[in-house]
Design a protein. Structure first.
Length: 261
């Protein structure tokens, strides 16, 4: 009797899928370029038209780019993560993903692969905005720790957004779910302190932003841009980011367990 096939090495499978995701960037550039163009557009538009915000009493910086570059970076990294979900949706539409489901690979590896790919894709807009930061009027007064919190926040957002997009893709199995992926991200970001500090937000939006975990994640990304990095200001962002990522990874994994090739 022929012995049953052993499960493929999960790490190798996950890395191979992540590598495939990176190689698809030049082949399907239309799904990735927005994650590079959009953050630059946000920096230019907000940094110019809203420069007067830095003159408001209580605004935490006198250089508006210190406020908006981290926000734009998180948006770009998150959209880079979402593109992996779009890739999964495309593979489900054309039947290619069924080959993965019929293989001896563990399903956990089939979830991890696109998520790793999303984090790797997140490096591209992050590096681009790093150069913008260095060669613009923005300053990272928090030094090395400021850069570390900035990178952790951005790559964590790429992971969380990738899990969100993967979970939707695996349930809807169509590229038509893309607007829902993007809308969820926009709501999470812009119902927070994306544009204004919490202390300067009024009405119902203040209450929503106060309890929105994205507020803490944005504070984590901005910490080194607005001053020195302290543990008291860092841990809420780390906890919020870890909680978001864990919840959305579970959302993606549960969808994978239910799918039938």
């Amino acid at each position: 009797m022929k012995a049953p096939a052993l499960p493929a090495n999960s790490l190798r499978v996950a890395w191979a899928m992540a590598e495939r995701s990176i190689k698809l960037i030049p082949r399907v550039p239309s799904t990735f370029f927005p994650s590079l163009i959009m953050p630059i557009f946000l920096v230019v538009s907000f940094g110019g038209q809203f420069a007067g915000l830095a003159l408001l009493p209580g605004f935490p910086t006198d250089q508006i780019l210190n406020w908006f570059i981290p926000m734009a970076t998180l948006q770009g990294a998150a959209f880079a993560g979402i593109t992996t979900g779009l890739g999964v949706a495309r593979d489900l539409e054309n039947g290619f993903f069924d080959r993965f489901l019929l293989s001896p690979a563990r399903r956990g590896a089939l979830v991890a692969g696109p998520l790793i790919g999303g984090v790797l894709r997140g490096f591209l807009p992050l590096i681009l905005l790093t150069f913008v930061t260095i060669f613009s009027a923005a300053t990272v007064s928090g030094g090395l720790l400021g850069w570390i919190t900035y990178y952790v926040a951005a790559l964590g957002m790429a992971l969380a957004a990738g899990a969100w997009a993967f979970g939707l893709a695996i349930r809807f199995k169509t590229m038509q779910v893309a607007p829902l992926m993007q809308t969820g991200l926009f709501l999470a970001v812009f119902l927070s302190t994306a544009q204004m500090p919490l202390e300067l937000i009024g009405g119902w939006l203040h209450d929503v932003a106060r309890f929105n975990p994205m507020t803490n994640v944005l504070a984590l990304a901005r910490e080194g841009f607005l001053g020195e990095v302290t543990w008291a200001d860092t841990w809420p962002g780390l906890v919020s980011l870890a909680g978001m990522a864990a919840f959305l990874i579970v959302f993606a994994a549960r969808g994978m367990r239910k799918i039938i090739p």
